[in-house]
Design a protein around this ligand. Structure first.
Ligand code: C5P
Length: 262
């Protein structure tokens, strides 16, 4: 599919959004081979990454649409291209949910790696690279939910995050993999809070089970999981080779291809 003659609406770090001349209510989302970390400070290009991310994103969004989640995703008409509903408004937040402590949460609060959160916890981060995506204060979020017009959108995003987490956690569990955390984004379509953006290898942490029947109800599940065999973008953040990173993303795409049967 040749999008080169279509007007570019916006180009981000990992995707380009093109106008769809045939339909003002949808846009094309083209995946790029770029990979970034550390708020865009670390940047590389991995040949073939766009294709695996596109596959993973397609299989996850088609799974979520089948399960009744309100998303912007329509279809994936060509390699590396998805058709999505056009937004009225992009909500400038990253909404992170966590089942198992890893990553940035270890740095603040002295939480041990592997600590299990039940229920899943959800945090709102203001999306801004130069400010390092600062987290919104929970009491402030509660205040705007109650007191500010439109504040109930925060509750809706939290609910959708929790629902999507449960769906994807169960889906990865079918492949003996624990979903530790993920980041989702939202926008308004027809005035309604809707899951947008992409969900691919860089959006979550995935650790395979360390044993056949792990006890995932423990307060700390580190011994039940195998972080050394992680399948996620931490491989890139931790400085492994780009081939290794691509191979992990390919493994993720193979797993999410199996979501068709779920
Ligand atoms: O780094 P941190 O532990 O806060 O990340 C939580 C989750 O959100 C991880 O799965 C990470 O991959 C994802 N994330 C993301 N984009 C960001 C920050 C975090 O997808 N800008």
């Amino acid at each position: 599919m040749d999008l080169s003659k279509h007007r570019i609406i916006i180009e981000g770090k990992t995707k380009i959004i093109y106008e769809n001349p045939g339909d003002p209510n949808t846009v094309y989302m083209k995946f790029k081979d770029d990979i970034t970390a550390g708020d865009g400070v670390k940047h590389d290009v991995i040949e073939g990454k766009a294709l695996v991310d596109w596959k993973t994103n397609r299989d996850i969004f088609e799974f979520l649409n089948r399960k009744g989640i309100r998303t912007h995703y329509v279809e994936s008409p060509a390699e590396c291209v998805s058709l999505v509903k056009k937004l009225d408004f992009k909500i400038n937040l990253e909404v992170v949910s966590r089942r198992v402590a890893a990553g940035s949460i270890l740095k603040w609060g002295g939480i041990a790696e592997g600590t299990r959160f039940d229920p899943v916890i959800t945090q709102f981060h203001y999306k801004d690279d130069p400010l390092h995506d600062p987290m919104l204060d929970d009491t402030y979020v509660e205040y705007i939910i109650k007191a500010k017009e439109g504040g109930e959108m925060f509750r809706e995003m939290r609910e959708i995050n929790t629902e999507v987490f449960a769906l994807l956690e169960a889906a990865f569990a079918a492949f003996t993999i624990q979903l530790l955390d993920f980041k989702l984004e939202y926008g308004l379509i027809g005035g309604v809070v809707t899951l947008i953006d992409e969900i691919s290898g860089g959006s979550f942490r995935l650790w395979p089970y360390a044993k056949e029947n792990p006890d995932l109800t423990k307060k700390n599940v580190l011994s039940e999981l195998d972080p050394g065999a992680r399948l996620d973008k931490d491989t890139y953040r931790q400085g492994e080779s780009l081939d290794q990173v691509q191979s992990k993303f390919e493994q993720i795409a193979k797993i999410t291809a199996g979501f068709k049967g779920l």
